[in-house]
Design a protein around this ligand. Structure first.
Ligand code: V47
Ligand code: SF4
Length: 389
């Protein structure tokens, strides 16, 4: 057991914060009030030592990434979330895009012979792209490349599809699972507290609906991720409330793999008047998430949204995963003001990024099985080898 004294950064730390450090050192769970106290009173160095201590206890220096790509079937969406810079209402669908099943299969075929392990499918909620359409897409992808893991559809997309098909969550998920869906991404969670959810995305799946879909997926043996969209009009208590609902469900199902804080970006949306959070606030969010969510195995920084250098920094604030190569035309963030226009990193670039901050780069699959440890592989060797890069 680590001496809690080593987790206290200065003598001026209050008794309450010292008690939290003791809990972390004893591997005890912290309460909601303590999480709030960390947000309000924890210095960055204090939060950094606590969250890094947990990160290193769970994963040592290992930092995971995968080789994946994204497909965004459409940006036409029946909903109108105020923070969204990406969607076009159905009435303005001529300004949006809509991929056919053939287009999507061709995108998968572009990776033939390349060692990618995951495709992430996420997009707007188009009234015509229904359950039948997507089961056909899934079947065709699986037929073409059976071993490719398909992580697809937020609870928002699923809720809409299942209602339209008059199916329960369980029936709809089983149907998609049989067609080839392997796991669910974490999107659509935003902020669960009704006071904020109502204001920023009141017309899409409810908090209960989101949680029920993930619970049903876990019951079917599918894993999923969970996100939080932070740094806008919510306060710290709303963030704690959000994480409590996730921690409670995880106690029940153990089906979540990763928690992914998504920093609100304010370009080209109806919330552009809200300033973006500072990097200090970003690191606090990661640190408190790592400390509070003691039953989540992994904490991910999604680098296209946070930026490469900030993603590196987050590896000292509890983060042990920086998503993947992505290689795509992902527009969700570029349209909202993220620095990366067409986010894509080669394996060599990802490995270099991780090594620069003295962590161990480990390629994983979606379910965190380790594929390759790059610690002792030279960057030049990775660049030259098409199997590695
Ligand atoms: O739910 C939309 C977010 C999410 C903005 O599971 C915005 O591995 C910031 O969930 N500023 C979709 N964020 C993407 C998503 C995701 C991404 C990467 C990995 C995984 C995973 C999941 O994007 C939405 C919403 O929370 N988003 N607009 C914005 N302006
Ligand atoms: Fe539609 Fe998703 Fe954008 Fe909301 S965040 S408007 S559900 S695409």
């Amino acid at each position: 057991m680590v001496d809690s004294g080593s987790l206290l950064t200065t003598e001026s730390v209050s008794i309450d914060l010292q008690n939290i450090a003791k809990k972390i050192s004893n591997q005890e769970r912290i309460s909601d009030e303590e999480a709030l106290m960390l947000f309000e009173n924890g210095s960055l160095s204090f939060l950094g030592s606590l969250s890094n201590h947990i990160r290193e206890r769970l994963h040592g220096d290992k930092t995971y990434f995968n080789r994946n790509f994204h497909i965004e079937p459409t940006n036409v969406c029946v909903f109108s979330c105020n923070f969204c810079s990406y969607s076009r209402l159905y009435a303005h669908r001529d300004e949006g895009w809509e991929l056919s099943a053939d287009d999507m299969l061709n995108m998968v075929k572009k990776y033939d012979g390349k060692p990618i392990t995951e495709v992430h499918i996420v997009g707007g909620v188009h009234p015509k792209l229904n359950l039948e359409f997507f089961t056909d897409v899934l079947r065709r992808i699986k037929k073409h490349r059976p071993e490719l893991h398909i992580k697809g559809f937020t609870a928002v997309e699923l809720d809409y599809m299942f209602h339209k098909a008059k199916m329960s969550n369980m029936e709809g998920l089983k149907y998609l699972q049989e067609a080839g869906l392997d796991s669910l991404p974490g999107g659509g969670a935003e902020i669960f507290h009704p006071e904020i959810r109502e204001k920023i995305c009141g017309d899409k799946v409810s908090t209960e609906g989101w949680l029920q879909i993930h619970e049903a997926a876990h019951e079917l043996g599918m894993h999923s991720n969970a996100t939080i969209l932070y740094g806008h009009i919510e306060n710290y208590w709303h963030r704690v409330d959000h994480m409590r609902r996730l921690r409670d469900l995880q106690d029940k199902t153990r089906g979540f793999n990763t928690f992914i804080p998504l920093k609100f970006r304010n370009k080209n949306n109806d919330m552009s008047y809200v300033p973006e959070s500072s990097i200090v606030e970003d690191m606090k969010m990661y640190a408190v998430a790592r400390i509070y969510l003691d039953n989540f195995p992994h904490l991910k920084a999604y680098w296209p949204m946070l930026g490469r250098q900030n993603a590196q920094l987050s590896l000292s604030f509890g983060v042990n995963d920086i998503d993947g190569t992505i290689d795509d035309t992902t527009k969700i963030y570029s349209m909202a003001g993220a620095e990366e226009q067409n986010p894509s990193m080669t394996t060599a670039e990802l490995v270099a990024l991780i090594k620069q901050v003295r962590r161990k780069p480990i390629e994983r699959d979606t379910l965190y099985h380790e594929i390759r440890d790059y610690t002792d592989i030279d960057i030049k060797e990775i660049e030259m080898n098409p199997i590695l890069n």
